[in-house]
Structures are given as C-alpha cells and as structure tokens.
Design a protein around this ligand. Sequence first.
Ligand SMILES: Cc1cc2nc3c(=O)[nH]c(=O)nc-3n(C[C@H](O)[C@H](O)[C@H](O)COP(=O)(O)OP(=O)(O)OC[C@H]3O[C@@H](n4cnc5c(N)ncnc54)[C@H](O)[C@@H]3O)c2cc1C
Length: 279
Amino acid sequence: MKFYKPDNLNELLGYINNLENKFYLLAGGTDINVQIKNGFINDEEIIYINHLDELRNIEDSERELKLGTLVTFAEILNSDLISNNFPFLQESLKNFASPLLQNMATIGGNIANGSPTADVLPLLLVLEAKLELVSSNSSRVVEIKDYFTGYKKTLLKSDEIIKNIILSKDKYHLFTKKLYKKVGARNALTIAKAAIACLIKTNNQVIEDFVIAAGSLNEFARRLYRVENYLIGKKFSELDYTEIETLLRKEITPISDIRSDKEYRFQVFYNLLENFLTV
Ligand SMILES: Cc1cc2nc3c(=O)[nH]c(=O)nc-3n(C[C@H](O)[C@H](O)[C@H](O)COP(=O)(O)OP(=O)(O)OC[C@H]3O[C@@H](n4cnc5c(N)ncnc54)[C@H](O)[C@@H]3O)c2cc1C
C-alpha cells in the first residue's frame, strides 16, 4: 500500500490523473480505516486529503450554500450559515454517530463511501442537492439523485473527486412541514435500519408539493417518485392508504440482514410516512 499527501488540490488532481492503480482518498478516515484494518484494502494507493483547507469551506451566496467535501458533521452541527439557511439539515444530523466521529467524518466521505445507510443521503435527496465533481481538466455539476447507479456504484469517473455539495435556497423555505427519522437499534452510534426524509407544502388541505427519500431500503438511497406523483395535488381527505402502500412496495425493496428483517423495515417506513401525512 502506497501513501501520498498532496500539497494542494491541483497537485491532488494531477496525481490522480496520472495514476494507474486504484486509489482511495482518506478524508476523515472513519470508513476507509475500518476497511484497511479489516483487510478489504491492501494494494491500493491511499491519498490523504484532510489537510486541504480549500476543500473545507462553507460558501454562502444569494441562492445557494456550497459545502466543501471536507466539511465535517461537527462543523455542520455548529455552523450558523447552516442553522440560518437549512435548520432541518442541522437538526436531522444531531444523531450522526457520536461526537468523536462527528469531529472526523466528512460530508463528502459519507456520500462517496456509497453506503445505502449513509445518514446524509436521504436529506440531500429531498433538498435536491447537487455535487460538483472535478478532475485535473474538467468540472461538472450533477444532481445527487443521479449520482448513484447501483450498490456502491456511482457516476464518478476514475480521475474525479467530489469537490462541493451545493444546496439551493430556492424551494426550501416553501415547505411547511419536514421530517427526518433514522430508525436503528439504539439512539447513539447506530446504523440505520430504515431512514425517511420528507418535505411537504400544503395549502387549504391540498398537498401542493411533496418530496420523499428513503435510506437503507434499497441498494442506494433514493427518491420515491411514484409516491410523490400520487400525493401531489391531492387533498388529505382523498388519500387512499392502500394505494400508498402498494406504491411504496414498488419503490422500496428492503432486505433481511443481521440488522433487521425486510418486513419490519418496510412497516416502520410505512408507519412513519402515514404518521407524517395524518398528524
Ligand atoms: C463507529 C462508527 C460509527 C458510524 N456512524 C455512522 C452514522 O451514524 N451514520 C453514518 O451515515 N455513517 C456512520 N459511520 C460511517 C462514517 O463515519 C461516515 O460514512 C463518514 O461520513 C465517512 O466520511 P470520512 O471523511 O471518514 O470518509 P473516509 O473514510 O475518509 O472515506 C470514505 C470513502 O469516501 C471516499 N471519498 C472521501 N472523500 C471523497 C471525495 N471528496 N471525493 C471522492 N471520494 C471521496 C474515499 O475514497 C473512501 O472510499 C460510522 C463509522 C464508524 C466507524
């Protein structure tokens, strides 16, 4: 295993561009170090990036907030810019791991690691976040809903990294009610068995807008468009919960594993959604 520490972003991207071996970035190290320790990573190159302050900014502008990939969960929880613009994001991440982990774990690492259980993904999906991906000779912005293409598979090219996470302020303030819930075996230091994020805009008992995302229930966290399309434009009194359950069963395909049973996962998710729509 070879270890490399670039002096700046340009050097990092140039190095990656010329690299033939598979590599991993070491940002906070909270995922990658576990994989190294367990022997899943052996011959690959490890590139340390945690010292690159140019990837750690939170930039505010009139219409968006840009979070550098190295922004940690502790920084998210303590940021005035985030509490002023996206209090829902801050509130929702309070139970991320533990204070120790919050100080190390980065938002970019949480996305890039590609776990279906990553806490930040359902939130970024309903906030319609975008990712800025850069290489030594390109820069592009993709929507987070398109980023994952399969289990731990993404559209990131081999010479690209995630540089920024972009949150648009345009729609956020229009939503009248918000929910994020991560269900695990305990409150602290828990991995989600199921996670739900949803935002709703209502007017005179009519659902004018609705976005929902699920974590831990498919091969990657995703928006549930069938449910959204069914709900938007309906009055609460018109909702057919049998139909909602049928649509949900088409969109979430939980598995049974050491953490939970697939029907339990489904039922918990359904109950959280029903509760959100009826209370
Ligand atoms: C005890 C424990 C508890 C945990 N609890 C939680 C929890 O409650 N919720 C949760 O969601 N996760 C949890 N995790 C998982 C982990 O902490 C998070 O996924 C974390 O956000 C990963 O970020 P990192 O900076 O440590 O990533 P790293 O370990 O440094 O990197 C992870 C992966 O991302 C890639 N990567 C990192 N940055 C970039 C980038 N900018 N561009 C492209 N690829 C990149 C690396 O190559 C690597 O493959 C826990 C882990 C541990 C060990």
